[in-house]
Design a protein around this ligand. Sequence first.
Ligand SMILES: Cc1cc2nc3c(=O)[nH]c(=O)nc-3n(C[C@H](O)[C@H](O)[C@H](O)COP(=O)(O)O)c2cc1C
Length: 358
Amino acid sequence: MKLLETYQLGPFTLRNRVVMAPMTRNRLTAEGLAGALAAEYYHQRATMGLLISEAIAISADAIGYPMIPGIYNEAQVESWRGITDRVHDAGGLIFAQLWHSGRAGHSSAKDGGVMVAPSAIAIRGQQIFTKTGLKDFEVPRALTTAEIGAIIRDYQDAAERAMDAGFDGIELNAANGYLPNQFLADGVNTRDDEYGGGVENRCRFILEAMDAMVQVCGPGRVGIKLSPSTDRYDITESNPLALYGYLVGALNPLPLAYLHFMQPLSTVDAAYWPKDVISAFGGLTVHTVIANGGYNQQRAEQEVESGRAQLVSFGALALANPDLPARFAAGAPLNTPDASTFYGGNEHGYTDYPFWKK
Ligand SMILES: Cc1cc2nc3c(=O)[nH]c(=O)nc-3n(C[C@H](O)[C@H](O)[C@H](O)COP(=O)(O)O)c2cc1C
């Protein structure tokens, strides 16, 4: 089974091609740090070829929700070191997913700070869950050109801290309607400086952030997650084929670890296009492709066997099956993910999913 064969990802030998997709789990210590429970959760899953962490805020300003971990001070770096050590002790590899919410969040989650975005356009037709109940999304403040430079430096600093914390690399969360995705989408970014307008300008933020992070992490240690067919958080893009086609090509000269493509999920993105993101963009990159979104073992095997992708990431199945590669190898039944314990809570639905026993 090719999915269970090793794979050389830049400097790393992955023991299989099963990747754990990044998943926010909102289980922090009372101090807001990733603690022993999170370390156990990641340790349990270390037999997957590569783990990608939950989204981690690059700065206090990047936070849009309560209970989101950060990597912008020493205490946070120390707490992540406890996790990377446990993963490495088990022979695993872990990348940190770096995150900025942009307009997709609520100011109440960041002590009076305001939401910022490429343009002063609010998310329409949806509400957000806050400490004081459901609220409309706020109109964000448009970032100045100088502030954009500062955020790119925040990404770079966070990437450097992630390496200090023992992560093997980092992934830019440019998917699912968060800040980098907001820069890309012409329905959200109406700027008239060098970060808005044509496709090249809308890709500039991501390209500068990636370049800045490669400078501190080195070759083969920086990846990016893209969701070209999502309309999550009211993302609208008039020509995803042209936009992502350009972006993927422009990422080719950088010495990256991978491009992580999220397929449209039928429940959420059914109306959007392209329907098969790997077919649309996978062939345009010189980098390793991680396919994500609704895969089971059989479809994942087809994806790597055909060569369309080299790795496949699993979200819900990896959360519910700490020993996913062993279960695949044995053709064992899988635990069913319990959506009621995805976000927040304690060890229940986090570290107590059973391992498979013959
Ligand atoms: C509980 C949960 C939390 C998630 N949090 C994140 C996140 O922090 N960052 C991200 O890029 N995607 C996040 N996702 C999306 C997953 O990474 C993945 O793209 C999605 O679940 C589709 O893969 P799947 O069909 O294998 O579950 C999350 C998904 C779940 C189920």
